[in-house]
Design a protein around this ligand. Sequence first.
Ligand code: NAD
Length: 272
Amino acid sequence: MYIDIKPLWTTIKNNIIEKISTLNKTITLAAVTLKPDDATQNYLKNQEKLAKKLGINYSVYEAINRNQLFSILRELSSDNNVHGIFVTHPLPGIEEMEAVNMISPEKDVEGRHPYNMGMLMYGSEFFAPCTAEAVVKILEDITKLSGANVVVVGRSTTVGKPLAIMLLRRDRSATVTVCHTRTRNLQQITRNADIVIAAAGKINLITSDMVKENSIVVDVGINVTDNGIVGDVNPEVSEKALVTPVPGGVGRITTIILMEHVVKAAEKLKLT
Ligand code: NAD
């Protein structure tokens, strides 16, 4: 069966709208990009649509080279009218950490700055990486994590690693195994899991024989095919386990969480 993400999305959206109405000021999200490809442009358009729907002011800054990118990030960081900064990735020819280091941690709504990443280690999730937070929120909405045997497939800085740290937090206390390209016998590991999180970016990585009956499978993968976007989980898995859909699953919650972070940033910055 597929998990219906809409109720959680609606709850977060309503929460955002309520907060914005009490804040009573214009909230601004700045998206910064460098040579965006078609997928990035499409993503920015969707982000803009959602921001508009919520009443968040949204502007895109397109840099033409590395120096300009860094100076835009610095300027936006010190601009009192900007509350959140989003940088598209990957950035051609630029290390991610170099770029995120230019953003003020207080406006780092994607939770990628080393300060916010470091705070995760202490259990503080003011700005957690949005996709990892989306997975945690989806799981907390439908199950108890304490003691659950959770397998995370993927160890990236964006998803797998922060997610593992968040699942270990004492109030969640999942038992976490992280798998990656060098993991031996992936199937043996995932078959024992109560929850499998697929964040590898590999079509059909998780098949039905790899999961336990009635387990939960969260599909983070986004793979572009001729027939549209698909995840890392083979559709047949939904006959055996509860699965998040792609598209319209983790990605949908990730984008609304980004907007929630912008509102949190505006509340904290208390700028005019
Ligand atoms: P990444 O390429 O940085 O990391 C992929 C990880 O998966 C690596 O750690 C690698 O070791 C592991 N991996 C790859 N193939 C594997 C295999 N065959 N067996 C076991 N492990 C394997 O990617 P990422 O940025 O973490 O993103 C992962 C996927 O999630 C991509 O499809 C990406 O598009 C998607 N994504 C989705 C969202 C969302 O909002 N839904 C957000 C970010 C990324």
